[in-house]
Structures are given as C-alpha cells and as structure tokens.
Design a protein around this ligand. Sequence first.
Ligand code: SF4
Length: 138
Amino acid sequence: MSVKTITCIGCPMGCRLNVRMESGQVKEVDGAGCGRGAVYARQECVCPMRMVTSLVCVRERRAPLSVKTTRPVPKERIFDCLKAIHAEQAVPPVEIGEVIVKDVCGTGVDIVATGKIAENAECGMSDVQANNVVQDNR
Ligand code: SF4
C-alpha cells in the first residue's frame, strides 16, 4: 500500500488529496472538498490525461495557427501528439473549430484550430517587416 499526495486542479480551492493506492488501484481518497476530487484523483493516479495546445505552420504564412485537442489525451502521448501537430501544415482559409489533425496518433481525439485565418489574410508580417522586405528587394 502506498499513499500519494496530489493537488486537485478542479477549481481554485486546490485541495490536497491523499490517495491510498494498492496494486495500481486507488483504494481511498481523503481531503477532497467535493466529489470531483475523488474522480480527479482516480484519473490522475491511474491514467493521467491532459489537454494539448500548440501551434501549427500555415502554408505561405509566417504566423502559425493556434490549435488544441478536442479532449484530453493520455499524458504519455503528449509528445507524440506534438510531433504529429508540428508535422502538419494548415491551408487557409481556416475556421475556428476546423479539424487540423483527425484522430491524432490513434487517440481518437482531433486537433482543431482555435484561431481563424482568412484566405486573403496578410502573410503574418508586421508593416515594419513587410516594409523591410520591400526595401531589401529594391
Ligand atoms: S476537490 Fe472539489 S473543491 Fe477541492 S479543488 Fe477539487 S474540485 Fe475544488
């Protein structure tokens, strides 16, 4: 039997949870201020999950597109998911919520855009950068 102490992230109270584990299973959770604490502790101690947020390249644009998973993925798959995201390239136009990577790494979770890119949007350069490019090409 072992006891782990974790902090619940379910709300700003941040309850300290004492989790008694036996044979890889959660046997008891103490210290939770509400029912969500025990649910969180069981998930976190047996199969921790995380949302993934990142940036993906956009074709012919300098500014990347922000993306996120639609649901949490197993914590040990985060780096696989990031690799898959970074290998991808979004093609304008892109709408918020549009699927950028379907079923990322076989997790059953999609990667969706959290930003919007119009087809004829600027290439992502500031006016100063664009001006420098114009001057460099003279
Ligand atoms: S156990 Fe309940 S009250 Fe405590 S941090 Fe988690 S969600 Fe908040």
